[in-house]
Design a protein around this ligand. Structure first.
Ligand code: HEM
Length: 146
């Protein structure tokens, strides 16, 4: 093989090995949804979290007349799709849903505390807790109106 072809072969081999390691890295990078444990884990978190909210005297009045079966189902869809799962969110927008409630900053913090209680109970690692809270925290401007 002439030196030019040898160089081309070496470059091609190097490129192949880089692309193989990039794709195996991509295959290793699991979505937050997978790291949380998939659909069953999201359902369990939503169940426990909404039970905490229902028992939380700071905010449970908001939910007094709500259909909690629906709210739970919509939360599973929302958390599932926002974390990379196959679920599709079919509920109302966050703005529309919470528009007339007058949710305050303190209410929002209380709800996040109820969620963190659940995440700690299920031993969700800090990294995944942080990622989930960042996703949900980004919705705050659409939910807090007072
Ligand atoms: C990141 C925080 C929050 C998320 C992701 C969230 C998400 C949702 C979703 C998906 C629904 C169901 C929407 C539908 O029925 O189509 C819902 C309903 C509801 N949310 Fe939130 N919410 C958040 C914070 C809060 C806070 C802080 C409060 C008040 C303390 C609140 C009060 C309610 C109530 C009362 C309903 C039921 C509305 C009804 O009965 O029609 N939410 N929320």
């Amino acid at each position: 093989m002439n030196p030019k072809n040898t160089l081309i072969c070496a470059l091609a081999a190097a490129l192949l090995s880089v692309s193989a390691s990039v794709s195996s890295f991509a295959a290793d990078a699991k979505s937050l949804y997978e790291r949380l444990g998939g659909h069953a884990a999201v359902v369990a978190v939503v169940d426990d979290f909404t039970a905490n909210v229902g028992a939380d005297a700071r905010i449970n009045k908001y939910f007094a007349k709500s259909d909690m079966v629906r709210v739970k189902a919509k939360l599973v869809e929302q958390v599932g799709s926002a974390t990379g799962g196959p679920e599709k969110y079919t509920g109302r927008s966050m703005k529309e849903t919470h528009a007339t409630m007058g949710v305050t900053d303190a209410d929002f913090t209380a709800l996040v505390e109820d969620l963190v209680k659940t995440l700690n109970k299920f031993k969700v690692p800090m990294k995944e807790q942080g990622e989930l809270l960042a996703i949900l925290g980004s919705l705050k401007p659409e939910i807090v109106t007072k």
